[in-house]
Structure formats: C-alpha cells, structure tokens
Design a protein around this ligand. Structure first.
Ligand code: DAH
Length: 342
C-alpha cells in the first residue's frame, strides 16, 4: 500500500507539472484528489488495515496529500499569475491606476462658506434631518393651522406620538437649528448651519425633494439689519471672489419680523441683464430678517434684552449660480461625467 501511494504521487505530480492551462490543472486535481478521486479512494481503503499499519500508512498518506496540495497551489499561482501575485509578478506591466475621489460640488461650496463664516467668528453647527414638528414649525412661529405650512410640504414619518399626532418630519429647512442652538448656548450667539433639507416637490430642473441649505444667525445687543447686510455682502463676495452688490426687498417668513429677501447682482452679466438672471440683472438668493421675538422666546432668550438677525439660502441654488449648472437633478444623480468636472 505504501508503494501504491508513492507511485500515484509520482504519477499525479508528473502529470501536473506538464499542464499549462489552470483549467486542466483543476480537472486533474478533481480526478485524483476530489471526493471520488483515485487518491481519495486509496485513503478510504486505509480503514481496512490493522491498527498498526493504519497508523504508519496513514501518516505517509497524509504527508503525501499535503505535498500534493502544496504543489497544486504553487502551480495554480504560477499559471494564474499568482492568487495574490506572490509567485509571479511581472514588474514590467503598467500599474493599476487608483481612482482618486474628490468633493461633491455642494461639499466644496459648503466648505468655502464655513471658512468665510468661521473667519468672522461664527460657530458651525449641525442638526437632525429627522426633526420634530415642534422645532421645524411650531417654535419657528408656524402653528399647525398656519398657511405657511403649505409652502413647505414634506414627508411625515408614519409613527404617531402618544396623542396620536404625526410629529416627526423630514426637516424642510435648516431654521430649526436656530432654536436648538439658542437653547443649548443662549445669547450672545453667532452660528451657521449647513445641511440637507427635504420637501414634497414635483421634481423638475429647479425643484428636487432633497437639497442643501445654509442657515446663519447672530444674536446679541443691538443687532440690526445693517449687520445682516454687511455679513451677507462679505459672504457673497467671498463665494464669487468678486465684489457683489445686494438688493433688499420686503419678504414674508413667519420666524422673522421684519422679513426681507436679498437679491444679488448677477455675476454673469454684472447686472446688465442676461438669460441667467432673466434679463433683470438680479438674482433672488436669500431669505432673511430680524428674528421674531416669539422665536427668541421659544429658544429661551429674553427678546426685550437681545435682538438678532437670521438668514437662510439654498446652497444648491448658489452652486447652480457659481458653477453655471442648469439642472438641479444633477446634484443627486450620481452621474460621474458631471461629478468629475469638480
Ligand atoms: N427657512 C427658509 C426657507 O427654507 C429660509 C429662511 C428665510 C431662513 C428667512 C431664515 C430667514 O433664517 O430668516 O424658505
């Protein structure tokens, strides 16, 4: 039996070494070493031997089995160019190019904005995307029955609270972080909040259900609209790397009083009128105003002692302007041809 084992070993190895195609090598391995293989059969027949022979021959059989397995692995590695490229490395082949990732245009712009604001002493804050009805609406002076809720229809989470109300919403704006920050830090306060927001929108070239906003607010003694306008001019000039003019119009947002809309001069035509600004020379960019006393109170801040400004804008819209992008759907679309340009 020992002879038989050694003979079949020589036979297998001789055949294996002649093979040039890994497929045939696998076939050969199955033929001899597989479940019904010839070498396996011999191993099985060991059970017929007496105890002493079983031990002796068994030891030999196992050593041979390991030897064969090793030779098969080595041959396979060589023929297949090495499982881990260990046995055979062709150093003359060109290397595999590593793709390098890079920032999404929204992240690029958000980092620029954060730099501009931290240089003015603002904190950068974060808030939850799944927000309570209270922070997203109620504490921002938008009660349940208020028509302003219609402008920001969103996705309600289908899990009623103790009173049977649906009170978890995908936040429609970054403004709820105003209340969270006031409660956490009190006054005086200077913060910006970049973040993703959600609305129940019919998607088209300028509307998406998911987009990015950038919120800012400053609370202290004698804060006025003049401070707001100075900060916004600084921000826009920093983003567009040129002097940007701003224009202020009255606007309505329940959480500010007075409320304003801030337009910026079109950076493409310099204000003379072009298709990007629909020939008016101005672009609607930012909602803002003086924080409503009720909102300060919801945030636990004495509205008789302190005043503050707040503003919010779409980073997505700003990115469209800055990079000349005409379709909002590109931002969340994962089209590498688009993304690779940044
Ligand atoms: N949250 C508003 C929106 O999504 C934007 C906004 C307007 C934010 C005025 C403000 C503000 O902080 O003062 O439409």
């Amino acid at each position: 039996m020992e002879k038989e084992i050694l003979k079949i070993k020589e036979e297998i190895l001789a055949k294996a070494k002649k093979i040039k195609d890994p497929k045939f090598l696998r076939d050969l391995e199955t033929k001899y070493m597989g479940r019904k293989g010839e070498f396996t059969k011999i191993l099985r027949s060991l059970s017929k031997l007496n105890d002493e022979d079983k031990k002796k021959v068994g030891r030999l059989a196992n050593t041979v089995k390991r030897e064969i397995a090793l030779v098969f692995t080595e041959l396979k590695n060589t023929l297949e160019g090495g499982e881990k490229g260990e046995s055979f490395v062709d150093v003359t082949l060109p290397g595999i190019k590593m793709e390098r990732g890079h920032k999404h245009p929204i992240s690029l712009l958000t980092s620029d904005l954060e730099d501009i604001f931290t240089s003015m002493g603002f904190m950068v804050l974060d808030g939850p995307e799944l927000e309570s009805d209270f922070f997203n609406f109620e504490a921002l002076n938008i009660p349940k029955t208020h028509p302003a809720r219609d402008m920001q229809d969103t996705f309600y989470i289908d899990k009623p609270n103790k009173n049977g109300e649906l009170d978890l919403v995908m936040r429609t704006q970054t403004s709820p972080v105003q209340i969270r920050a006031m409660r956490e830090y009190g006054a005086p306060l200077k913060c910006v909040v970049p973040g993703r927001v959600f609305r129940n929108e019919a998607i088209d070239a300028v509307h998406d259900t998911t987009f990015d906003q950038f919120e800012g607010f400053m609370i202290g003694d004698d804060i006025s609209l003049c401070n707001l306008i100075a900060v916004l001019k600084e921000m826009l000039s920093g983003v567009f790397k040129q002097e940007v003019k701003v224009r202020v119009r009255p606007g309505y947002f329940p959480f500010v009083e007075p409320g304003i809309e801030v337009d910026m001069s079109c950076t493409i035509c310099g204000g003379s009128g072009c298709p990007s600004c629909k020939q008016v020379g101005w672009l609607e960019m930012i909602g803002a105003g003086m924080i409503h006393p009720k909102v300060l109170e919801y945030g636990g801040i004495d509205s008789k002692k302190y005043s503050g400004f707040a503003f919010g804008m779409g980073v997505t819209r700003l990115a469209m302007m800055k990079y000349g992008i005409d379709d909002i759907r590109l931002f969340n679309g994962s089209d590498m041809k688009f993304l690779k340009q940044f």
